[in-house]
Design a protein around this ligand. Structure first.
Ligand code: HEC
Length: 170
């Protein structure tokens, strides 16, 4: 545990170091402090906005790079379709309430942004190579790797609705 915190701390200073280095590197001194040093971000979901591009992308990497507009209300029909897809294509490695080959799915909509979840489903191979959170999950899964299940964006959206439904019931 101790070690993990230390490693995280190290990683954070590295990120900061890189940010600072790139701030000095772009020649023009005309940014009027626009590059104020970012404060320590301990969350993996950064607010969208003018924060530096070098920082972790809260959407992850993959086809979904625009903010999704999700209605507050759960679409029951869509969630039911998502449950079917989940049973068919995901239960080889995931359970809802407990860790299996991969993480438990319960609470995933609270831990991650909807865009990140979509990208993890649609482009896991990219995510585990490029997204720091997904990389960490590989380690926590003892090196097991999520396989791309070839879902369409629509199917992934249905699964997301199923996850939203589960998390709304807790
Ligand atoms: C071959 C096993 C396997 C299959 C099949 C699989 N996953 Fe995964 N999944 C994993 C593993 C392992 C991880 C952790 C990242 C890694 O190690 O690649 C993961 C991570 C995830 C995450 C991130 C969880 C978190 O806590 O942030 C989501 C979301 C996810 N999977 C959804 C799905 C969905 C939806 C399906 C079905 C379409 C699916 N997975 C199919 C193994 C699998």
């Amino acid at each position: 545990m101790r070690k993990k915190v230390l490693t995280l701390g190290l990683g954070m200073s590295l990120v900061l170091g890189i940010t600072i280095a790139s701030c000095g590197g772009d020649g023009g001194e005309n940014n009027d402090g626009a590059h104020a040093e970012p404060t320590h971000q301990t969350q993996n979901t950064q607010p969208q906005g003018e924060t530096s591009e070098e920082a972790t992308n809260p959407f992850g990497v993959g086809p979904i790079q625009e903010k999704m507009d999700l209605p507050a209300e759960i679409d029951e029909q869509l969630a039911a379709k998502g449950e079917e897809i989940f049973q068919a294509k995901c239960t080889a490695c995931h359970k809802i309430d407990e860790k299996y080959i991969g993480p438990a799915m319960k609470g995933v909509t609270e831990r991650r942004s909807p865009e990140w979840i979509m990208n993890m489903i649609l482009a896991p191979e990219k995510m585990i190579q490029e997204d720091p959170v997904a990389k960490q999950l590989v380690m926590e899964s003892n090196g097991a790797i999520m396989a791309n299940q070839g879902l369409t964006e629509e199917e992934a959206r249905a699964v997301l609705e199923y996850f939203r439904k589960i998390d709304s019931q807790s």
